[in-house]
Ligand binder design. Sequence first.
Ligand code: HEC
Length: 302
Amino acid sequence: MARISRQQAMNGRAPGRAWLALAAGAALAGCGGGDGLVAGDAPAEASASTIDQGRQIFRHDTFGDETFWSDTLRMHEVIAKAVDPKTALSVGLKVDAEALPAEVVKGIQDGSISLTDPATTIALLKLGAVVGLEGTVESIDGKDTLTRVGVTCALCHSTVDDSFAAGIGKRLDGWPNRDLDPGRIISLSPALKPAQKAVYASWGKGKYDPRYNFDGRNGPQVIPPAYGLAGIHRITVTGDGPLVVREKSHPASPMTLDQALYEMELVGHDFYLFVDKDSERPAVVYRRKGYDYGVISLDVVS
Ligand code: HEC
């Protein structure tokens, strides 16, 4: 049997724009739950207004997660007290240069706008210029006050092209923000116990555990890109999710066991579904822990 390295078998993922259709479906504190909206048609076939709507949702809709980020974690207090733009950029937050009016651009360039004053962060939030953060800014006693904050998909699944300055530029929707340290940001919450803070602070840049908020089990994941998911079907499971199911159909021309094992190695999976040439029965080969491979076949009863 031919030997194939995983390297050879790697199947890359081409960037696309299909994430737009997905944005409408997910919710909560970073992929932790949500209702099941199915990503069907690729945006290429969708109307311009649908794409626009999807982009808007992806960039700006919090799906009401202020209940977590503000009501529970009180992050609006943390931001108002301690997060000036310099600090925000240092923990990987990004600024959308296209949302900045000319006078703000000028103020940043000539230094008349302070980047070490949390009030500037609030001004940026008011402009909708902090990628992935949506703030409610109200005038209280004549002063702009951040009363609530929520996060959108863009917080983790977008970055900017740094065209204005490091961390400030045009949005790159769907790109993973691997500079972002969501755990460090959350660890600043006054609502957490020291042990919880330690867990959040331990994750590091570019990682997040969407489930830790629910099950308390620590397992940070690298933030993946949200593009390149064309044709992927989402289903919702109770208690956790969304579960991403990559739907594929294979031309099932019958093959031998050896061919099936070869195909399994080629795609780099731990199992491979095929139709056995000799028996003409559906079967699956799989990698075993104790032995090399196993094979299970089905007797079709009508
Ligand atoms: C706080 C960071 C964060 C936010 C906000 C966030 N995500 Fe995620 N997302 C992640 C992480 C981390 C994973 C990987 C989780 C895993 O592998 O279990 C992920 C996984 C995904 C995946 C699966 C990608 C793949 O290749 O398997 C999709 C799709 C996705 N997110 C879409 C969204 C959408 C849509 C939103 C907005 C509703 C969103 N995410 C908000 C961090 C985030």
